[in-house]
Design a protein around this ligand. Structure first.
Ligand code: XUL
Ligand code: MN
Length: 340
């Protein structure tokens, strides 16, 4: 039984104002510095960042260098580390048709340049991990782009970044839909196949988000287990999701406790040593004074489920497996989850 400790991280967007597609914000904006002060209090060790969470995307080289140095100091003052940088390739008008797979050559160049700049920011902040959530790399109608060319363009983009900096690692965070109707490379399995086609498979890996696997009709723990077998699970975004609808980012374990337990059980047994990242949203009805509870609660759920996983009698599981008594094994796990 392991007794190792986990490092917890989340991105500043996890403390949100509660806007949704049908209504405006319901909580005031918190400055980045104010959000950073919450991390340690909530039991978190590191920060996940989009490039423009650090400095605005249109700052020049000099402004960027100074701005990043400032954020580096803010993180150090709070005792926090930067886990990864993710280029935000889905808000700028030049990414309306996708970044790397846009039909416009000029827009593809913008996406690559912005990604390279994210690598520079990562270097300045002392992290080697670049997360690519390929938000708009897909289509609303199949004929809008050539899907075969698109696959090659994504590979070319990953290779360009691996070539640009010989130290960084690329982590694909795949999601099957939203904002696009159909995403290219919709699951971790798709990105894993691409990893082996890159110029450096050892620096190409995956971040798995629970809700994204569920949206693809897959089980997050099996997606994670398969990726762990490839030694390519380098980060996670834990959360929960109520069926096949929009990406809900609910508190970890809040919908399906058994599914959350399965995730923790897999990570524990595999000695997963990446960060435990959360990607969770507070409910829109949440009051200002409770706006970080979903983070504390997700972390508490994870740690509680670690305790449950560690309390499982491995010999008993083996015996029940050998007897092929899966009904009894199921009851054993369910009883553990009920604290029995
Ligand atoms: C989108 C999503 C993103 C990424 C970071 O669904 O999960 O927040 O995690 O770009
Ligand atoms: Mn995510």
């Amino acid at each position: 039984m392991s007794n190792r400790t986990y490092r917890f991280t989340f991105g500043p967007w996890n403390i949100s104002q509660g806007a949704d597609p049908f209504g405006p914000v319901v909580r005031p904006n918190l400055d980045f510095a104010v959000k950073l002060r919450e991390y340690k209090k909530l039991g978190f060790d590191g920060v996940q960042l989009h490039d423009d969470d650090v400095v605005p995307a249109d700052w020049n080289v000099d402004q960027t260098r100074k701005g990043v140095a400032n954020v580096k100091k803010m993180l150090a003052d709070e005792g926090l580390f930067a886990e990864f940088i993710a280029p935000r390739l889905w808000e700028d008008p030049r990414t309306i048709d996708g970044g790397y797979t846009s039909n416009s050559e000029a827009d593809r160049k913008y996406a690559i340049d912005r990604s390279k700049r994210s690598v520079d920011i990562a270097n300045m902040l002392g992290t080697r991990d670049i997360v690519l959530w390929l938000a708009r790399e897909g289509t609303y109608i199949r004929e809008a782009k050539c899907p075969i060319t698109a696959s090659q363009r994504i590979l070319d983009a990953v290779n360009t970044l691996l070539q640009y900096d010989k130290n960084i690692r690329i982590l694909g965070e795949m999601k099957p839909n939203e904002p696009m109707d159909q995403a290219y490379l919709p699951t971790p399995g798709h990105f894993l196949a691409l990893c082996y086609r890159t110029i450096d498979p050892n620096r190409s890996g995956v971040l798995i988000e629970s809700a994204h696997s569920i949206l693809a009709g897959l089980d997050p723990s099996d997606d994670m287990a398969y990726t762990l077998w490839h030694k390519k699970l380098w980060s996670v975004h834990l959360n929960d999701q109520n069926g096949l609808k929009y990406d809900q980012d609910k508190t970890f374990g809040s919908v399906d406790l058994r599914r959350a337990f399965n995730t923790v059980w897999v990570l524990e047994r595999a000695n997963y040593d990446g960060c435990v990242g959360l990607d969770v949203k507070a409910m829109r009805t949440t009051k200002v004074e409770h706006q970080t509870k979903h983070l504390a609660n997700s972390r508490a759920m994870f740690l509680r489920l670690v305790e449950v996983a560690r309390s499982i009698d491995a010999a008993k599981v083996e015996t029940l497996r050998a007897q092929r008594d899966h009904e009894e094994l199921e009851l054993y796990i369910l009883a553990k989850l009920m604290g029995k």
